[in-house]
Design a protein around this ligand. Structure first.
Ligand code: HSE
Length: 424
């Protein structure tokens, strides 16, 4: 039997995920030994004070509040960054890579904004930076994109990349509650933070889409290239109309490539009830990857939390038992950013019920090359006004914008209340 390989890690941050990782390494010690003939030892814990370690039952001698102690420790093989936020995590990771330590991180904001730069530092120093846990918690989507679809061309990735908003939309759908009521409940349960902006405005999902697009499409995807629209304007009426038409509203992150041109967006979508993603409820995450030969494959699981995130971090750490290097990355042809989007639309307008209004709107769509799939006239809270619901065929975003500008100026149109993407 070969000697048991010792993997020594320095843990930055003993928060929820850090504690989850320590527990996993303890509980799964025999399993890890059996599978990898390896043992993972926590040899340093970077924290503000030693009390946190002691309270958690760790030896206080592992404590350090000075990164230099970690850089200088020849015993440390892997630095696991679980502090979150961009600064000072970026500087700490750079320091670790320059000290020739491999790094594992769960930090999506940092990898989205500075991943390329950090990967370059890792390359220059002959070490590896892994970050499976940065996207969708326990769901192994980065490894799937890296190691599979090797013969396929990936056409699109789309999914539910944020558990908080999926929890809110699921509650709104299943219990008929308002957005505000469901947000309060998500905050009480600890899903949503007191300032929920990053989740509800699609920013958190966009960080993850940015990272995954680089694996799927080889594009140097930038956060600013992603169109972002959150769920704060979704009303109970939109949810009810979706249900009547056979759809469920989900906040989807979408990147799709047509003829080498890539569109990336996060927005609420009417997802057909026949599609897998319509059935992902509560705080679960999912990602559907579409290859040109495989067709759609959907990965579903827990996108956050102590154990699920620790599972993804541990997976990255265990790579070092075998390779102390990167796993199966490939060279991708580079997609370029699309200038225009293409999608089906759901629109809800408030209109005065006057003769000619439908033909006026239909003409505006026709003039802008937009084909209508279905139209419904519905009651409105205001008895003088009707809701006009239109679902289009696939059209361009620029054409839709021109049509909407014109519709907003049409006399009998009171307001454009909702503009959402439709899938399926
Ligand atoms: N706040 C995120 C979510 C988890 O609700 O899915 C971390 O990205």
């Amino acid at each position: 039997m070969a000697t048991v390989k010792q993997i020594n890690i320095a843990l930055l941050g003993l928060g929820t995920v850090g504690k989850g990782l320590v527990n996993l390494l303890k509980e799964n010690e025999a399993e890890i030994l059996n599978k990898h003939n390896a043992k993972v030892n926590v040899v340093k814990v970077f924290e503000r004070n030693a009390d946190k370690l002691v309270k958690f039952g760790l030896d206080k001698n592992l404590f350090t509040d000075n990164m230099q102690n970690i850089y200088d420790d020849a015993n440390v093989d892997v630095v696991v960054e679980l502090l979150g936020r961009i600064h000072p995590s970026k500087e700490y990771i750079e320091g670790a890579l320059k000290a020739k330590k491999n790094v594992v991180t769960a930090n999506k904001d940092l990898i989205c904004m500075h991943g390329d730069e950090l990967l370059e530092v890792a390359k220059e120093n002959g070490v590896t930076l892994l970050y499976e846990a940065s996207c969708l918690g326990a769901v192994p989507v980065i490894n799937t994109l890296k190691n599979n679809f090797l013969g396929d061309e990936i056409k699109s990735i789309k999914g539910i990349f944020n558990g908080t908003t999926n929890y809110i939309l699921t509650k709104m759908t299943q219990e008929g509650l308002s957005y505000e009521e469901c947000l309060k409940e998500a905050q009480a349960l600890g899903y949503a933070e007191s300032d929920p902006t990053n989740d509800v405005e699609g920013i958190d999902a966009a960080y993850k889409l940015c990272i995954l697009s680089r694996f799927a499409f080889g594009l140097d995807a930038k956060f600013d290239d992603i169109t972002k629209k959150g769920i704060t304007k979704i009303t109970s009426q939109d949810i009810q109309i979706a249900a009547r038409l056979g759809y469920t509203i989900k906040l989807l992150a979408i990147a799709k490539c047509n003829n080498g041109e890539l569109e990336m967006r996060v927005n609420p979508v009417f997802v057909s009830n026949n599609h897998q993603l319509s059935k992902i409820n509560g705080a679960f995450n999912a990602c559907t990857i579409e290859g040109n030969y495989s067709d759609e494959i959907t990965l579903i699981g827990r996108g956050a939390g102590s154990h699920p995130t620790a599972s993804a971090v541990a997976n990255d750490v265990m790579n070092f038992a075998h390779t102390m290097g990167d796993v199966g990355s490939r060279t991708l042809k580079k997609a370029k950013l699309a200038k225009d989007g293409t999608m089906k639309y759901y629109l809800r307008l408030s209109i005065l019920d006057k003769p000619g209004i439908l033909s006026d709107i239909a003409k505006i769509f026709g003039d802008n090359g937009i084909s209508i799939e279905s139209v419904i006239q519905d009651k409105n809270d205001n008895p003088e006004v009707k809701s006009l619901i239109i679902v289009t065929h696939v059209t361009t975003s620029s054409g839709m914008q021109k049509a909407l500008d014109k519709i907003a100026k049409t006399a009998s149109v009171q307001s454009v209340d909702s503009v959402l993407e439709v899938i399926g």
